[in-house]
Ligand binder design. Sequence first.
Ligand code: FAD
Length: 491
Amino acid sequence: MPKKTEFQNFGRNLDLKPRHFYTPENEVEVLEIMERHSDKVIRCVGRLHSWNNILDCQQVILDLRKLREVRTGTDDAGNFAEVGAGCQIKQLITELGTSRQWTLPSLGFITEQTIAGAVSTGTHGSGKHSLSHYVRSVRLAVYDPNSGRPVITELNSGDELRAARCSLGSLGIILSVKIEVRGQYKVEEQFRQYKEIEDVLSAEQEFPLQQFYLVPWKWTFFAQQRRETAGKSSRVAWLYHQYRYWVFDVLMHVLLLALTRAPAADACTRMALKRVIPAFVIQNWKVVSDSSTQLVMEHELFRHIELELFVQRSKLADAIAYLTQVLTKLGCNATTGQTGNAKDDAPSGPTTAFDHLQGKYCHHYPICIRRILCDDTLISMACRNDNASNPQEPWYSITLTNLHRGKNREPFLEMMPILTTELSTRFGARTHWGKLFGMSGAQINVLYPQLQKFLTIRQRLDPSEHFLNDWLRECFNNHGNLPEPTRLPPA
Ligand SMILES: Cc1cc2nc3c(=O)[nH]c(=O)nc-3n(C[C@H](O)[C@H](O)[C@H](O)COP(=O)(O)OP(=O)(O)OC[C@H]3O[C@@H](n4cnc5c(N)ncnc54)[C@H](O)[C@@H]3O)c2cc1C
């Protein structure tokens, strides 16, 4: 039965009011709905964990949460799982673990997403490819270009598969995904602090799964060093996870959230990040535990919004130095120049696009940096970059999290498109397809050399544009001028 409904995404920065909303029971019902609405735009949602208008659709929205069956097997290419589109990652991991002692090759911060939602936006963790890369085939409901009737097709090889691995919901309705899986494994983890980014990056050889945090206002790095190990789980693993949960997932968030509302909020936030939070990091405590517990956090406990930018390894150090300069400048009181930061090297000089934000935005959350190996896809954020001297170079994602609520989000939202433009023009940065998004079609066209290949396949599968919303139309429209970088001095 169609339901008229209104709902919001996780970040509560987007309202969805489709005319028709369905949660079909099976594939046949999906086709029936498509038949009924063959003159409408149809989009799917997973668990609404995206932060931008990729989710938007005013006509027909389908939620495939009832298509969540998991089937496992082994073929010539290895172990695989065939997963219903609406299955959440957490259900998939549990079923793989209990039935076969298998798991996914890569995991992000959380496991709330559906498999279709996660691969549609190139969701990733650290040290491996994004989940999209491991997809072996996609079962898709589309309209037959000749008859106009809904049909099911399977994309399982060549550029069609590369397109389907990360397609932003624009090829058709994903019914199920066949994905590579592997045996369960253990991960050893410890925290260590570094002053220089070069030292953090060299530690990657020893800890290929590591992710690290640039702590604003202290401007040092805390690496969460991780590597796969054949060792047994530590006896104190439960204690370590309680520590991580209470200190970082809960108390750090409560503190930062409270400080964003406190009088003299900026000074208190800077003090907390410089002195208090780092004091709670226990360094060199090595703990071994299952990958599915060790790699995941409870990042969804506190409502927030996020911007995530991806640069290739050769650009990372410069991009981080530049970001540090910008955030220092924005957090700096315009009249006194006071940042409360010993290493005050905020750029000065000619007026810049950031100037009117100076003193209005004090970044209040550790900036997470993760490595993603180059994906074999056409448009995931970590796909090859034919414009670079080494197209296969790994990508590093830089995540800026914001805990503000309501109107207080405005400075962050104002900074977001400027920062996106600056980092994309200076360092070739791409934006996460599922997070706050400030890039134009012209920029996307330059940053994704395989975009036209993707669009040709998209056009073949959906010539009547049933699965495009306005946001995607803008992303895929490469007319318009490329923005110029502002005159902020280079880092
Ligand atoms: C707290 C939090 C933590 C996060 N952590 C990470 C992280 O560690 N790494 C990372 O890379 N990202 C992360 N994200 C982003 C998140 O993984 C992506 O936005 C993901 O797409 C959300 O999945 P979802 O199931 O909620 O899909 P939705 O957000 O509901 O949908 C995302 C896209 O998938 C499409 N889609 C969904 N189902 C179908 C279908 N059946 N057929 C066709 N298209 C479909 C939608 O149309 C839309 O385009 C995080 C987000 C949050 C809120």
